[in-house]
Design a protein around this ligand. Sequence first.
Ligand code: HGY
Ligand code: MN
Ligand code: MN
Length: 429
Amino acid sequence: MNLPENPLNLMHPAAEQAQDHVNNDRLQNAIAALARFGGRSDGGVARETLTAIDLASRRYLIDQARALGCEVSVDDCANLFFRRAGSDPELPAVLTGSHADTQPVGGKLDGAYGVLAGLEVIAALNDAGITTLRAIDVVAWTNEEGSRFGPGAMGSSAHVDPSRLPGYRTARDSDGIFFGDALDNALAEVADVPRRPMPLPLAACIELHIEQGPVLERAGITLGVVTGIQAVRWFTVTCTGMAAHAGTTPMNERVDAMAAAVGIAQQLYQQAARESAHQLRLTLGRWQVSPNSINTIPGQVTFSVDMRCGDDAVLERFEHALRTLLQNATWRGSMTIERIFLRAPTHFPESMLGLIEQGCTRAGKAAPLRLTSGAFHDAMYLAEHCPTAMIFVPSKGGISHNAAEATDPQDLLLGVQARAYAVTALACR
Ligand code: HGY
Ligand code: MN
Ligand code: MN
């Protein structure tokens, strides 16, 4: 049987056209423009969720989407949706996009690339004059990072299961502001935008994101087909002792919260080293000390625990070890633990991976690499709602959650082209 010259070419003509109309200058200009919202002198971006800067960036995205002819809507968790209509309004839409909030010191691409690439796909479809059967929704999820209000991925998880939202509203940031109040303020700022119910039925979801790790770069391969996302758990541990004078209090009479916290931390790192064969990753990223004075013995220390692993049983074992450490601590003060985030491993369906591979192969003219995501993403919740997949592009030096985060512009282009192909193919069936 004579196979067509390039079987991919006969797969999705509209998808090829969309892929070929992606415009790199437009994409790079969009990335630079959004990065100005919270832009830092070191080239990084500080745009934490629902801050004034984030709200300003949302208004910018709404204006950009409307200029592309999109219909804009917002749900009860302030997730923004930019819709390009399809020919059959009854059919569930294809969702793409990511998040626009950043870490306190983030980069220009984490999340933002995925949102702006979604708008670029719409611009490419407009340029190509393509009408898809299904609508395409580009989403900007609220609070994916979880750095200001924990847990992460609040917007996407609340969208697929609204029963989560009341609990999220009680989360507080380090200034004591409730997420619920920040959310109400954000919704008031977009009172002109129609509200949409959550969840809405969706045909499929594709998220495009930077890898934020070293795998693609070390493999020398530009495009990644993400097969799944590792499990994650977050905790806050609080050690409460007694504040006292640094100079007058003998060492053996202290109830020093920092000494206790550091002792627990050291034992956690030793436990993590024992699990290194399972690639367990431990981060104690945020410390709050009270009264945080150079010459007062800390009365209270709260620190965060972020643990990740592809094998949930390892996290279960590690959490048990952490709780046992706290229970057995021989100390006159008190220690409490609160789990604020738990997500089991995510696996994306093979049916989606094949299409993503087609789009990546045609864009990159080379086979993409299959890999698991070390970072979590909103796609981990969408995967429980509709057929979902992710595309990665490399991060230079594997660096992210850092002002130095960067990806080669040509790699960014290929990622958008791969996504344009897959999203269009899904929206035409
Ligand atoms: O923490 C994460 O994995 C994501 O980048 N917010
Ligand atoms: Mn992200
Ligand atoms: Mn991130």
